[in-house]
Design a protein around this ligand. Sequence first.
Ligand SMILES: [Zn+2]
Ligand SMILES: [Zn+2]
Length: 67
Amino acid sequence: MEPRVIPSPGKPGGPCERACGHIACHEKLQIAGTLCRKCSRTIGFDIEFERTDIGLQHVVCPDEAAE
Ligand SMILES: [Zn+2]
Ligand SMILES: [Zn+2]
């Protein structure tokens, strides 16, 4: 499972800065808004995350579930 990063809106590879009708942008924003399974914060932009059996999580988050 290779880590992925969503660049900030407006950056190359990132979603458009303004609301748009692109499906790809919509998916990126949706992923960025998904909660990390470990820290319960949003995945966000410019940070590595990976897809696991239970959902998305930051690569930097520890393996043990926090709280
Ligand atoms: Zn777009
Ligand atoms: Zn996290």
